[in-house]
Design a protein around this ligand. Structure first.
Ligand code: IPE
Ligand code: IPE
Ligand code: MG
Ligand code: MG
Length: 281
């Protein structure tokens, strides 16, 4: 299967999982369910669920309803993080994916609450995974997920990102911010199947793959966003454009280098190629 067909096939399944898991738009109170759905079905690439799917293939886990739901669970947290990231008190962005942000279209209060509800819903979905596969290690998945997205992960990265506005961050600050605000969730997407399906021998390689890919991804985003000059901590400001590009490729090489079994790793490598293409770095 070529990569375009692969993406099409799996994103359709992820979208179906999200659609069936999220409350309908008419479910009371309708406003929040509309806002949640708006933030989720607004043209996202589904990169993190695709990492979880490719990682499952790598460790011979069948890609079925459980894996798609796992991907949906991760995407819900990704969507929440973006809704909150765009808020006036954070990045104050009016558009995301070319469309009005949730707080612009609904209200700031609804955007905060939609983010809260998406984050909470992800844990409800995790509970469902436990009922789909009763022998799955839900405890390991829960600990891994919560630690990746809490104050020692995504939230912590966002805090440091806010605290380094308009004051030049050090290289260590940038690496800390990128590792936590972006790479932590991608790292979790890569290790989630290993945690839940008890394929622990794959953990170190998948951790390295997901984290390196996430670092490269945020550096790529900084390179693309550079012209905006919004005062948000950026790898380009700290390392220079050439330095940031070099670092992007170093992390990409590290991600690809973590894939030991070439045959089973074709999708994981294709994800790397996709990200490289996306940023044209
Ligand atoms: C955007 O992530 C936020 C960053 C971590 C830079 P994506 O580019 O994966 O977001 P969507 O969901 O595809 O829009
Ligand atoms: C987003 O980082 C990271 C999270 C939402 C956790 P950015 O603020 O750099 O991403 P964009 O440019 O708004 O997508
Ligand atoms: Mg931000
Ligand atoms: Mg932002």
């Amino acid at each position: 299967m070529n990569w375009d067909d692969y993406i099409k096939k799996h994103t359709k399944k992820i979208d179906e999982a999200l659609d069936s898991l999220l409350p309908g738009e008419l479910t009371a109170p309708a406003t929040i369910h509309k806002a949640m759905r708006y933030s989720v079905f607004n043209g996202g690439k589904r990169l993190r669920p695709l990492i979880a799917i490719a990682s499952s293939e790598y460790m011979d886990v069948d890609v079925d309803r459980t894996v798609y739901s796992m991907g949906a669970m991760i995407e819900m947290v990704h969507a929440y993080s973006l809704v909150h990231d765009d808020l006036p008190s954070m990045d104050n962005d009016d558009f995301r994916r070319g469309k009005p942000t949730v707080h612009r279209l609904f209200s700031e209060a609804i955007a905060i609450l939609a983010g809260d509800a998406l984050l909470t819903m992800a844990f409800e979905v995790m509970g469902m995974l436990g009922s789909y596969k009763t022998n799955g290690d839900i405890g390991a998945l829960l600990t891994g997920f919560a630690s990746a997205i809490g104050s020692r992960g995504l939230v912590g990265g966002q805090v440091m990102d806010l605290e380094r506005r308009n004051a030049k961050p050090t290289p260590e600050d940038i690496l800390f911010i990128h590792k936590n605000k972006t790479a932590a969730l991608m790292m979790f997407a890569a290790i989630a199947p290993a945690l839940f399906f008890k394929k622990r021998t794959y953990l170190p390689d998948m951790r390295s793959y997901g984290e390196s890919l996430g670092m490269a991804f945020q550096i790529g985003d900084d390179i693309v966003d550079h012209h905006k000059g919004e005062g948000e901590p950026s790898a380009v400001d700290v390392f220079g454009m050439d330095g940031a590009k070099k670092l992007f490729h170093e992390y990409m090489d590290k991600a690809e280098g973590a894939i030991r079994y070439e045959k089973k790793g074709v999708s994981l490598i294709a994800v790397c190629d996709w990200v490289k293409q996306e940023f044209r770095v």
